[in-house]
Write a protein that binds this ligand. Structure first.
Ligand code: CTP
Length: 408
């Protein structure tokens, strides 16, 4: 990954959170990495810290108002000039405004006018972070390609403990670097990604499913798109918005997912099966809602098609990656799946670990490839995990091309 921001113009937007003082340290890190940084502050940010601090450290004017008589179209000039907009800290208020297209001050007007990539690092109290409307707004932004650097857990300004602390400078810097480095190493690839759970109907109102949220698969789809691939996302039912510029195919059951994968497989060059496919489904689906008229109810289950195994020889030279969500003997089980399913890469995670698994924004995974290499990753956001998985796949692809040449 590129480690410098030389020649990059970053707009650092500071909004009104007690974490605003940390923006000073972020500014220093951006400047040290070589970036030209222009700071924009909202009026609430100025309640916490003065523009002068940022002006001295950035050696550039700090902008705070939309209505500056000396430059009445600053929002447009800045919007065009910057390579990236970083909002850190981002309050619930700014997240809500941007997710809903409100443009009522310099920052929100500038964001509306700019097509530069955006990174947001939210900071707020734990109860605010868990507010469903805020989460919905984040999911809208996520679907539009905004990279969210999730807040961390720890003591909060309110005196409580919880999730809401601004992410570390390292994580914010690394999100900016990865967003700007534009590793277009998947140009020309068609990546097929499956995500989310499947639902296997019992009767018209009930179904069997699992706790997968789809977040990991969606993060992969977004990251692959950013790297230049054409991305087809076959998704089971989730509440997530479809990522920008990704072809999304919505399915319900394992069989529908199998059909969609088979339909797009001929044009696919990389397959990543991140979906938590149900292994069994009710053998019979009742036409009418089942009634509570027996003391015991037996459901007869039959296996669903194994999508990965069924691809068999049709795989050709495509790189195929799978996931193994386990609760015990994780690495051995994952390696066995890698071998049984003939995969190039398996992403193993112990879903019992805190910070790993279903419906979280973080994951703790180990990557295992068919050459015997095992790489354990620390707890990372799902966006970061997605980047690491794609790095590994790009390496495997390069290696398979070299191996092909050696064999010939
Ligand atoms: N998978 C699949 N088709 C299925 C079930 C799983 O293609 N019917 C894929 C998953 O998307 C994942 C990998 O196979 O990439 C491993 O899934 P997992 O459910 O962990 O493994 P199973 O083979 O179903 O084994 P078990 O549930 O017994 O652990």
């Amino acid at each position: 990954m590129e480690t410098t921001l030389r020649d990059k113009h970053v707009l650092l937007a500071v909004t009104g959170s007690i974490a605003a003082y940390k923006s000073v340290l972020i500014l220093r890190r951006l400047v040290e990495a070589g970036a030209r940084v222009t700071v924009v502050m909202t009026s609430s940010a100025r309640q916490f810290i003065t523009p002068l601090t940022f002006q001295v450290l950035s050696r550039r004017p700090v902008y705070t108002s939309l209505f500056d008589p000396s430059d009445e179209i600053r929002h447009l000039t800045l919007a065009e000039q910057v390579d990236l907009i970083l909002i850190a800290p981002a309050t619930a208020n700014i997240i809500g405004k941007i997710a809903n297209g409100i443009a009522d001050d310099l920052l929100t007007t500038l964001v509306t006018a700019s097509r530069a990539p955006m990174v947001m690092a939210p900071a707020m109290d734990g109860d605010m972070w868990n507010y469903p409307v805020l989460q919905r707004n984040l999911s809208v932004l996520d679907g539009l390609g905004v990279q969210i650097v999730p807040p961390e857990e720890g003591p909060l300004a309110s005196g409580k403990e919880g999730v809401g602390r601004l992410a570390s400078e390292e994580r914010i810097l690394s999100a900016v670097l990865s967003r700007l480095s534009r590793r277009c190493d998947l140009i020309g690839e068609t990546v097929l990604i499956t995500a989310g759970p499947t639902r296997e109907p019992i009767d018209p109102v009930r179904y069997l499913t699992n706790r997968s949220s789809g977040k990991m698969g969606y993060a992969l789809a977004r990251a692959a798109r950013w790297r230049g691939a054409r991305v087809i996302l076959v998704s089971g039912p989730t509440s997530l918005a479809g990522p920008a510029n990704v072809e999304r195919v919505l399915v319900q059951t394992a069989e529908e997912m199998r059909d969609a994968v088979r339909r797009y497989f001929p044009e696919t060059t990389l397959l990543i099966m991140a979906a938590a496919v149900a292994d069994y489904r009710p053998r019979f689906r009742a036409d009418q809602k089942l009634k509570k008229d027996t003391s015991t109810l037996f459901l007869e289950l039959e296996p669903t098609p194994d999508i990965l195994s069924d691809l068999g020889p049709e795989r050709g030279s495509r790189i195929v990656a799978g996931f193994a969500a386990e609760t015990e003997d994780v690495l051995n089980r994952a390696r066995a799946k890698l071998e049984q399913k003939g995969l190039d890469l398996i992403v193993a995670n112990d879903v019992t670990q805190e910070g790993a698994g279903f419906d979280l924004d973080t994951n703790i995974v180990t990557l295992m490839d068919a050459h015997g290499t095992t790489t354990a990753l620390p707890k990372l956001s799902k966006a970061e995990v997605a980047e690491r998985i794609l790095d590994e796949i790009v390496k495997l692809k390069a290696r398979s091309r070299t191996d092909d040449r050696i064999i010939r």
